[in-house]
Design a protein around this ligand. Sequence first.
Ligand SMILES: O=C(CO)[C@H](O)[C@H](O)COP(=O)(O)O
Length: 172
Amino acid sequence: MTRIHIAADHGGYEIGRALQARALAAGHDVIWHGPDALDPGDDYPAFAVRVGKAVVDDQDAALDAFGVLVVEDPAFAVVAANKVTGARALPAVSPNVAIAGRKGVDANVLVLGGDALEQIAWQTLIAFVTTKLDHAVDPARRVLQIQEYESAGTIEGWAVQLEPEQVAVQHD
Ligand SMILES: O=C(CO)[C@H](O)[C@H](O)COP(=O)(O)O
């Protein structure tokens, strides 16, 4: 069962709640990170950081977890979520964009726009949580380089070299 941490600010509240309901109905372990009700004055950074941190904590504990944020302009919340060490948030307007983000950079937080059609947003979410990082040296090495900078503060050290046998075994 995939755990989905989800939140929305006032720019995406309705779609956020709709996606929460659909994910629950589909059998996922869904955790809503707020707000409790539509608040036209709320601010996205707290939701973005909460969701990013919850996902990273779960992934560090080897849980299958993803984050979903729904806001008016996804780019802003992407910036906030990516301040969490270990978060790799990206905006996606379609399943294909979500799939590319999962395959290319092992993205773990999906940021959707509140003006998205519910059905497209749902298909994008499902594509995101069911696609894996490409089992290839290049994307794996690049994710390791990002992680190297996050943890060591350098971008040219231990993670630059990666041989094919060092890529983690893919589990389907
Ligand atoms: O897009 C957003 C975050 O990424 C917010 O939903 C947006 O900034 C809200 O702005 P406003 O209060 O002006 O409606």
